[in-house]
Design a protein around this ligand. Structure first.
Ligand code: AMP
Ligand code: DBH
Length: 550
């Protein structure tokens, strides 16, 4: 099942190996190298805890040993939902050592998302946080089990009356000898290492298989572009599971370079500024709204941010004005990062001129990235013209898990991934993101598939039709607006408030809840009979600006 979705040709595989992009090394080797060369270097700072590479290695081996003793085996799958903390990385490496394939859910994912992952993976194992509302009792785990009949093991970070305690397992010294003898085998680096989450544009989110070979290359190349070393002190402020802070170069890049990850609970100035000052942080990664909050924060005046050399910003388009302000007012260098969990990552380079840093979203990180900007007929547009981004390369995936029909649409006949972004390319190869041609709302870096929300609304008895679109927002760039056509002749007229309550009750992640609900008599249609979302976006813009509607 897992191999069927990966489809690099034999020629490409041979070429990537020969060129040194694929080195047949597993992700667990990142840690193994540091244990050999830098065992006492501090890998992770989480609150008062400072953990060396030796500690991280020992704890992950111990956890792997425990899980193995419980019957968890190579090829099993897992759902992991942990906050930004030491244990997130212990679990990551433990599962890599065992060749168990996790999907790392975001902390704000809720019942619907976790059930979707359970449905897709039939996991053997769930590792979560006892503090998460879903895991206070075992009710939700039982619901998960009904979907995933393989599910046998639940570990929770923190005390729990009904599940094993992850932290206890990490400190159970009695297990060490037993676990040291674990026969860790070398696994095939062509295999899937874990599943990354796609922002998605369809009714159900799709999982992205990332192999050891492709992900390891993206990390190595990112470290090279960003010139990280053992002196790098990186503040992980975005959710640790997200592709950006995990691999661009992110925490795994830090571990590859032998530096230190400082865990922040969230990207707010009040959480981050004291950590930057206390731990002399040198780099961090933000989404645009967080960058704006940093600029507008009063705490800035009192914080010592002098150690901070570079702020990366990505996940959504950064305005050139905020870009310039970041450098001027925070005294840092800005690096724009335009990436995707599916693969391709673009960076502005550290020695780029100010115009490039402020106005472009960078250029592909690898010479092997192939980027073609095409029109709707898949024909290349002229240089400088806006078109659809398509890409192929040694770390761009070749198909979502178990989604053959969707994969036909997501790739060109030549195997280029259609990212759904509207971009133009400068003469020097830099990309400028101009918009989007996918049915998605990008709420300050958090992606929401319109269709998923529409399906939930359509399940309400008083909703006849629904279309979800982006509306402009000063801070987040975009927010979510749901247009609802009411069913006629309903005995009880439905109100916005009751629809809002309804959509909140279905168990979706909070960030997917629409910010505005508008009633409309009929959804406008295009000439070919599709819902005219462009017209709806214009409509909501006029409403927001209090202009007469068309
Ligand atoms: P995902 O597929 O969920 O990983 O989201 C990746 C998408 O986020 C890209 O295809 C873009 O639409 C968007 N994105 C990421 N970084 C940037 C950026 N720097 N500027 C504009 N859009 C971005
Ligand atoms: O938005 C993203 O998915 C993203 C942004 C920056 C990403 O996956 C990445 C860098 O690797």
């Amino acid at each position: 099942m897992l191999k069927s979705c990966i489809d690099w040709s034999m020629e490409e595989r041979a070429q990537y190996r020969q060129a040194g992009y694929w080195t047949d090394e597993e992700l667990s080797l990142i840690l193994e190298r540091q244990v050999r060369d830098n065992a006492n270097g501090v890998a992770i700072i989480d609150g008062a805890r400072e953990k060396t590479y030796a500690c991280l290695d020992k704890a992950s081996t111990q956890l792997a040993g425990y899980l193995h003793a419980q019957g968890v085996r190579a090829g099993d799958t897992a759902i992991v939902q942990l906050p930004n903390c030491y244990e997130f990385y212990v679990v990551f490496f433990a599962l890599q050592k065992l060749a168990v394939l996790p999907v790392n859910a975001l902390m704000n994912h809720n019942q619907i998302e976790l059930l979707q992952y359970a449905d897709a993976l039939n996991p053997t194992l769930v590792i979560a946080d006892a503090k998460h509302p879903l895991f206070g009792t075992n009710d939700f785990t039982q619901t998960l089990q009904a979907k995933a009949n393989n599910l046998r093991h639940v570990l929770l970070k923190g005390p729990s009356s009904w599940a094993r305690n992850l932290v206890e397992k990490l400190h159970a010294s009695a297990c060490i000898n037993h676990h040291a003898a674990l026969p860790f085998r070398k696994h095939n680096a062509d295999h899937v290492a874990f599943f990354q989450l796609s922002g998605g544009s369809t009714g159900t989110p799709k999982l992205i298989p990332r192999t050891h070979n492709d992900y390891f290359y993206s990390i190595r190349q990112s470290v090279d572009v960003c010139q990280w070393s053992s002196n790098t002190r990186y503040l992980c402020a975005l959710p640790a599971a997200h592709n950006f802070p995990l691999s661009s170069p992110g925490a795994l890049g830090v571990f590859y370079a032998g530096g230190t990850v400082v865990c922040a609970p969230d990207p707010s100035p009040s959480s981050c500024f004291p950590l930057i000052a206390q731990h002399r942080v040198t780099w961090t990664a933000l989404v645009p709204p967080a960058a704006t909050l940093w600029l507008d924060s009063k705490e800035r005046c009192h914080a010592d941010l002098s150690s901070l050399a570079v702020i990366q910003v990505g996940g959504a388009k950064l305005s050139a004005t905020v870009a310039a302000r970041l450098e001027d007012e925070l005294g840092v260098l800005l690096q724009q990062v335009f990436g995707m969990a599916e693969g391709l990552v673009n960076y502005t380079r550290l020695d780029d001129d100010a115009w490039t840093r402020h106005h472009t979203q960078g250029r592909p990180m690898s010479e092997a990235d192939r980027v073609q900007i095409v029109d709707e007929h898949n024909q290349p547009v002229a240089l400088g013209e806006t078109g659809l981004l398509t890409t192929k390369g040694p770390y761009t995936f070749r198909g979502y898990l178990n989604a053959p029909v969707h994969n036909l649409l997501a790739f060109t006949p030549e195997g280029f991934y259609r990212s759904g972004d509207l971009v133009k390319q400068t003469a020097s190869g830099y990309l400028i993101v101009e918009g989007r041609d996918k049915d998605q709302i990008n709420k300050g870096g958090e992606k929401v598939a319109a269709e998923e929300l529409e399906n939930h609304f359509l399940a309400h008895p008083a909703v006849h039709d629904c279309a979800v679109v982006a509306m402009p927002d000063t801070l987040l760039g975009e927010r979510i607006c749901a247009f609802i056509v009411k069913r006629e002749h309903e005995a009880e007229p439905v109100s916005r408030a009751s629809l809002a309550r309804f959509i909140r009750s279905v168990g979706l992640a909070n960030y997917k809840i629409p910010d505005r609900i508008e009633f409309i008599d009929v959804l406008p249609k295009t000439k070919v009979g599709k819902v005219d979302k462009k017209a709806l976006r214009e409509h909501i813009k006029r409403l927001l600006n209090r202009l007469p509607t068309a």
